[in-house]
Design a protein around this ligand. Sequence first.
Ligand SMILES: [Zn+2]
Ligand SMILES: [Zn+2]
Length: 553
Amino acid sequence: MPNKDSWFAGFAGCSGFVVCAALLVAVTPLTAENGAWFGTPVPTAASDPRKPIMKYDDAFAPLPARFAHRPGRHDELLDGAVLKADQKRIVGFSLESLASGDRLWGRRAATPAFMHTIEWAVHELAAAGLSDARVERYAVAGSMWVPRAWQLQVLADPAFGAGSATVTLESAFPQPGGATIPDAGLTAPVIFVGHGTDADLAGRDVAGKIAVIHVRPEPSLFGSAEQGAAARVVAKGAVGVINAIEGPGNALYVDPRFACGKAPCFMIGGEDAWFLQQVIGKAANAGVLDRLKVRMNLASSEQEGLAAANGVATIRGRSERRIIINAHADGYFQGGDDNASGLAVLIGLARYFAKQPRPAHTLMFVASGGHHGPGNGPGALVTAHPELKDNTVLVINLEHVAYLDVVRGKTRAANNTGMVWETSVTESAKAVGVTNESPFLVDLWKKASRCYGVATYQSAGSSTPGDLGGYRALGVPMTQMIQSGTFYHSSGDVYESVPAEGLERAARFHAFFVESVDQAPEALVKAAKGTTYQTGDQLGEQGCGTSPARSEP
Ligand SMILES: [Zn+2]
Ligand SMILES: [Zn+2]
């Protein structure tokens, strides 16, 4: 059992998640004797964040993408294998952050790994022939929360069965804002509060306790009903919160919507969450719940005076009027889908359009500083370029564009946790948003599923969450497709979770979309919902016409 006074020493000399995890494994028993923890199997280490949690290409491959190459048109620049190579490079910057010892690792804006991502993107844009490719730095207001070391332990007690030893929950990840806890740590009894709704909290006294909230990422943390619950229970007197995720494996999760100010709030992965909830229930049944305590340790700091950057390049059109194509370069952990997928497609589209005849509009490609760290990339871009307000026709955002669906599948899980999770051969359906609901743009989006096999919902709407928020000040139409899956903002969002076929579908559809918008009268892009239009559109309402990169029959 680790000495409670020397937990910092346990981290001294270990750099990077894996080394630290290995160190902790050495001091924490992995197997319990019969009777320990009421006979509950003790969770093992966190899932290795360098590897996928799910099986991919197990018996069946993702739905194929079959697209014709047109001679001399450089369609090969949008092939899935090319895009996957770029996605691997982008994910590699996150792994660089992991290897360097960043505890909250990934491509977090203003960090070295993020800046390397932007520099790489600009290098690729320049190599594609975009002459004005450049890094545009911007100062970041405020500070960045940096967790340095932490530990979350369920403390043993003889009442929990012979051989019970203190368990360190290895997937525990502190949520943004948590302040340093003095050396001895924070030890308090636990209280389970269901989903943290007012109904769950009715009649429960959380004061002075560490609350455990059961979080169902349905379909992801982005849509989870438990957002904000951690802050609510702290407002009611809880001294700390554990957001216990119902999810595959034992992943790491981070998302500010599950934080609670300066109080310590952690998220724990599926296996740790299952263990903790099991022992809460069994301790209650044994009449010893009051002896079940958790100890939290956390050391964090705030970094100030930071700068982040956007990577920007243009393809000059016949007019100064421009179409902005954006993808955020930042992200948590590997960020395979969020947003290595979108950034890879952005680079592919830039290479493709650099080889096409000069467009009518100027195409502006932005690898943005995003919105996961401090600052906002698009917001900084809009501030630095007042000319965009008058000469932008449309902003297109590439975000989370291809992700294999993780669904609750075919067999019931042991331990009564529902159906086991499975990877589908299909991609997660994406929500199409067109801010002004322009009928012309919505009709173009209809071709995504029909002609390119892109999985979307069967509805469109005006909502555009994600990186487009910073462009709102331009007051121009904006559009995107986006989804957030099971592993959104977790270590399960890996390189392998994004199929080459899905990247190719997204890239070819967006090439078609940009070409179509470029050739259309601007009035059609601006026309609001309900406006009828005629273009002489050769594609036809139902068919895919001669669309250049359409799917082969
Ligand atoms: Zn994100
Ligand atoms: Zn994103």
